[in-house]
Write a protein that binds this ligand. Structure first.
Ligand code: SF4
Length: 334
């Protein structure tokens, strides 16, 4: 990212203490996020990708202060959000909003769509007449592709796509600059996914929004994101332009994720090399020593179990966290 970032995350950590029994004796630490750094320019989209449990959603929640961070900094317009006093944070928190994975679970079932959006709107404390509020809510409904009449419906009377549109309208009611999209389409049918992605892109163009797009679907992220972070067990292992994610992946984990995506072309599918990952992502309670990926990495050597690699920034636009990525990519390109 070349221009001044609107969001800059530095060495963010979210560790949870693990306790046992009534006495709450501490028996360990879960390192859900363990030193994540990235930045995103205004009007751009950064994708955060990884398997379930890699810490991508927790990263988003820590930026919003929905979970407490254990270390690191999150700058919004060069102000450290995590260091702010509550009153100071209250002033800027509407500028960073979140769209949730489960639109049904995130909407109050007892309120109509109109009331859900109105509630957020009036919370900013700005004086408006009831006509002005109605006008603004209706404008938001239309902006997200719904009719004004839809405002009268309750969440259970709406389809999954319509509910997600209400979730987006609710976020827009805060006039945000940054939206953290937490798997916003993974609970929707494929045809509806495309509509919501197109809507997010349209809103970004029209309102100059910045997105942090958290997802496990690489194809969706490639489509919407400008830059991508690949996360594994609380750490970023590779960062690159979204086009390079498919054309020039360097880390074994990124390659494995990409090789698991089915390709429509029969000949390509038959000839391409698959990298099979064995086992599940390890528990963050018992993180492997050395490179956290070594128990599943088909290229792991002795050193990988003993030492943790650091991010190699030889190409600052495409950093990689692996001891052997240069050799491996020499081998595979030959
Ligand atoms: Fe695999 Fe070793 Fe590279 Fe980790 S450092 S990704 S275990 S080769």
């Amino acid at each position: 990212m070349k221009n001044d970032p609107i969001i800059k995350v530095e060495n963010l950590k979210v560790h949870f203490g693990l306790t046992k029994g009534i006495a709450k004796k501490r028996i360990g630490t879960v390192k859900a996020v363990d030193g994540v750094s990235f930045s995103v320019e205004r009007g751009k989209t950064i994708g955060i990708v990884g398997e379930s449990g890699c810490g991508k959603t927790t990263t988003g929640k820590a930026i919003l202060r929905m979970v407490s961070s254990s270390g690191g900094k999150v700058y919004f317009h060069n102000q450290d959000v995590l260091a702010m006093k509550r009153k100071e944070h209250d002033k800027i928190k509407r500028k960073i909003q979140m769209i949730f994975q489960d639109p049904y679970g995130s909407l109050d079932p007892r309120q109509s769509a109109f009331s859900i959006i109105k509630e957020v709107l009036v919370a900013d404390g700005k004086k408006r007449t009831s006509e002005e509020i109605t006008k603004e809510v209706n404008e938001l409904l239309v902006m997200v592709g719904l009719s004004e009449e839809m405002g009268e419906r309750f969440p259970h009377e709406l389809s999954g796509g319509q509910r997600q549109r209400i979730g987006i309208a609710r976020a827009l009611a805060c006039h945000p600059e940054v939206i953290i999209c937490d798997e916003p389409v993974s609970a929707l049918d494929v045809s509806i996914q495309a509509q919501i992605i197109n809507l997010l892109e349209k809103l970004q163009r029209e309102l100059g929004l910045t997105y942090i797009f958290v997802a496990h679907d690489l194809a969706v992220v490639r489509h919407i994101a400008d830059y991508v972070c690949i996360m594994y067990l609380g750490n970023i292992v590779e960062m690159m332009d979204s086009d390079e994610m498919f054309t020039k992946p360097l880390h074994p984990y990124t390659k494995a994720l990409i090789s698991a995506i089915p390709v429509v072309d029969y000949h390509l599918e038959k000839t391409r090399k698959r990298i099979e990952l064995e086992g599940e992502i390890p528990s963050p309670i018992n993180r492997p020593t050395g490179c956290p990926f070594h128990p599943r990495c088909p290229y792991a050597k002795d050193k990988c179990a003993k030492e943790a690699p650091v991010m190699d920034t030889t190409d600052p636009n495409h950093p990689v966290c692996c001891f052997y990525y240069k050799d491996l990519n020499k081998e595979t390109s030959n």
